[in-house]
Design a protein around this ligand. Structure first.
Ligand SMILES: [Zn+2]
Ligand SMILES: [Zn+2]
Length: 342
């Protein structure tokens, strides 16, 4: 018997999501049906709704890929989960586990990746289907409103720092003070790094200081490269999160010390122009980091449970507020991640 409930349906770009009564099918053999409790509202979804990103292959669809909820029904092959269990589901709806990328531990590059909210219905709904293999249990002391952050806004900078090899004493620059930036600062502090936050909004930079940044730099008032060099001698790692201005990626390169690592996490349109001789002689590394793996999600949940990361969120109660959350995000009015609490 299908389960009845509401979903915010994406039918057409540049239009509000349409909240409709729908039927959610029963889970198949290896699937579960999750009752959504909290879902993060992501810039990727906003860009899709605004027509800046190509429409999902599955149209109309339900967006939302930062999902926390309770198991409602389990498929007959699912033995290790039961109704009431608390779980998260991310963008990684399914990965094959067999291609060379999956085997290597880079499942975000899976050749057969099924994306939540693009190839299958996502979490802007009262229920969502998931593969039992790709959901992760939430530790008991993690509240609903924090859990979605682990599926993207913490896991993304966590993975960036992981592949950069961040260790105690490193100078980490977090460039960009949005939801990911606030989490990046806390993850880097948890690893014992010195953290410098770069942004352009004084209000957000003060928040960056509150969550642990040792130094804040307002790039609209001072030259970030000079200041980073002066206060630290140069960055061991820069996490570049800025989604709009490719020039800041060049500044990030110049703020690295010898052997430093620039991790590309925001992807602004445009091209980088970097000096090859300095690049080579100083052995600087420029590395892209796409999303995260399930390992990064599980570690992110652990950091929340240990109190080492407290995600900055703005909550909206009820699915009917999804369009308001999206427009607040569009207007830059939200501090941290907007979370819809069901
Ligand atoms: Zn997201
Ligand atoms: Zn694969």
């Amino acid at each position: 018997m299908p389960t009845k409930g509401r979903a915010a349906i994406f039918r057409e770009a540049k239009k509000p999501l349409s909240i409709e009564e729908v039927e959610f099918p029963d889970p198949k053999y290896d699937e579960v049906l999750i009752r959504v409790k909290a879902v993060g509202v992501c810039h990727t979804d906003l860009a899709t709704i605004d027509g800046e990103f190509p429409p999902p292959p599955l149209m109309p669809t339900v967006l939302g890929h930062e999902i926390a909820g309770e198991i409602h029904l389990v498929g007959e092959g699912v033995k290790d989960l039961k109704p009431g269990d608390r779980v998260v589901l991310s963008w990684l709806w399914h990965t094959c586990g067999k291609c060379r990328y999956c085997i290597k531990g880079d499942e975000q590059l899976c050749e057969h990746l099924v994306e939540t909210g693009r190839h299958v219905y996502g979490g802007y709904a009262e229920y969502v289907l998931a593969k039992a293999s790709h959901i992760i249990s939430i530790p008991p002391n993690v509240p609903w409103e924090y859990a979605p952050a682990a599926t993207d806004a913490i896991a993304t900078p966590f993975k960036g720092l992981r592949i950069a090899g961040a260790k105690e004493g490193d100078v980490v620059v977090v460039w960009g003070v949005g939801a990911l930036g606030f989490n990046a600062i806390q993850v880097a502090k948890a690893k014992g790094c010195m953290v410098i936050a770069v942004g352009r909004s004084e209000f957000k930079l003060q928040k960056a200081k509150e969550v642990g940044a040792d130094v804040i730099i307002n790039a609209s008032k001072e030259d970030p490269v000079d200041t980073i060099k002066r206060v630290s001698g140069g960055a061991d790692i820069v996490l570049q999160l800025v989604p709009t201005d490719v020039k800041t990626y060049e500044q990030a390169f110049y703020s690295l010390r010898r052997g430093g690592v620039l991790i590309l996490l925001g992807y602004p349109p445009g091209k980088l122009c970097l000096p090859v001789i300095e690049w080579g002689l100083d052995e600087k590394k420029v590395i892209a980091s796409l999303a995260f793996t399930r390992y990064d999600i599980s570690e992110s949940l652990r950091l929340i449970a240990q109190g080492k990361v407290k995600p900055i969120v703005t909550t909206y109660i009820g699915l009917e507020n999804i369009n308001r959350a999206l427009s607040d995000l569009r207007e830059g009015k939200v501090l941290g991640r907007p979370i819809i609490l069901m």
